[in-house]
Ligand binder design. Structure first.
Ligand SMILES: [Zn+2]
Length: 368
């Protein structure tokens, strides 16, 4: 079993992703190898990028947690890293091939493999199709990177991660503690009353919101074409995206949604459209149509600066109601305790919040 030496490089370096909701990029060094976990980019017209000069050396492999831009949008920087191999699950590999022309090596949705002498364990993270947490071990030291995660999705499965000495958790919500049940009830109360436009990511919470409406017997929402295509692909399951990407019990409802949901049109019913920050032409067009006649537009996720979504909210022409796709503080504390971590790094939040993590975690060290 390898012994830790004084001169060993740090096991974990946050290249980017600590301090506000910056794009994800973490360097893990184990068994003399250097692994990059995610290579994200910011959103909007002035996207933030990881500072790769902080890497201070070559990288043996890049492992991706999920397909959101803040986790893989920086893959156009791959040349600057000497084009190391990229590992991703099947649904994410498809996105990477289309968007960056990079072909990925396989990463299991839930399984183990030896990668250059390091044991890599993955499990589904409940946040997006094909999204995983990643656990690395050299037999002595262990690092668990949660990517973006949430355990209560009705659509995306969740696998309980193994124990780890160090864990990087998704603290996108900082120290917020409002449970998902409260969030869901508040949004459903609004959707039951009026024809709201909900701009959402194509691979994320949008279809979960539609499934919740169906479970409550509300009228079927209208779906934009990108979301309908995603619903078809997810419902088709194994053939389209590989096994285990969605919870099996959601498949038939999702298939019905894909088949029967009306086309997007006028502001006369709840409408889900791809374009969480109004970055798509259809979401922009519909937002103009809705606001033009005083119908409500509601954003349900993180709204980055330099986006059309933020401009609309700041002009008080759209509202914001959160739908939890990241863990709350109590959920993160429970996870950190469950994996018996000695050190926890709350990623994607202001370090000012770390003192509240520390207060809740007491003997567990909070930081890199
Ligand atoms: Zn995400």
């Amino acid at each position: 079993m390898p012994m830790t030496q004084e001169s060993d490089p740090p096991v974990l370096t946050a290249v980017c992703g600590v301090g506000r909701k910056y794009p994800a990029c973490f360097l893990v060094q184990l068994a003399g190898r250097r692994f990059l976990l995610d290579l994200g980019a910011g959103a909007g017209t002035a996207p933030a990028r990881p500072d790769l000069s902080r890497l201070d050396g070559p990288v043996d492999a890049v492992l991706l947690s999920h397909q959101h831009t803040d986790h893989l949008g920086g893959l156009d920087l791959l040349d600057r890293l000497g084009r190391p191999p990229v590992f991703a699950t099947e649904p994410i590999a498809a996105v990477v091939a289309e968007r960056f022309g990079v072909s990925c090596h396989p990463l299991s949705l839930a399984g183990q493999m030896d990668l250059l002498g390091v044991l890599v364990t993955t499990g589904r993270a409940g946040h997006a199709p094909g999204g995983v947490w990643i656990h690395l071990s050299d037999g002595e030291r262990t690092v668990l990177y949660m990517g973006d995660h949430v355990s209560h999705s009705a659509l995306y499965p969740w696998d309980t991660p193994p124990e780890a000495e160090r864990v990087i958790v998704d603290a996108s919500y900082g120290v917020e503690s409002v449970p998902q049940g409260t969030r869901v009830q508040a949004l459903m109360n609004v959707l039951a009353r009026q024809p709201v436009l909900l701009p959402v990511p194509v691979a994320g919470r949008g279809l979960e919101i539609a499934l919740e409406m169906m479970a409550r017997g509300l009228p079927l929402p209208a779906l934009g074409p990108d979301l309908r295509a995603m619903a078809h692909r997810l419902a088709a399951g194994e053939e389209a995206l590989g096994a285990g990407v969605i919870r099996p019990e959601a498949a038939s409802t999702l298939a019905r949604l894909a088949r029967e949901a009306p086309e997007v049109d006028q502001p006369d019913r709840v409408t889900l459209v791809a374009g969480a920050t109004l970055e798509t032409s259809l979401s922009l067009k519909l937002a103009a149509r809705w606001t033009g006649c005083g119908a409500p537009v509601i954003f349900t996720g993180h709204i980055p600066s330099h986006t059309a979504a933020l401009a609309l909210v700041e002009a008080e022409r759209a509202a914001w109601m959160r739908w939890n796709v990241h863990p709350t503080l109590p959920e993160n504390v429970a996870l950190i305790r469950a994996v018996k971590a000695k050190t926890a790094l709350p990623a994607f939040c202001d370090p000012e919040h770390w003192s509240l993590f520390q207060a809740a975690l007491r003997e567990i060290r909070v930081g890199e």
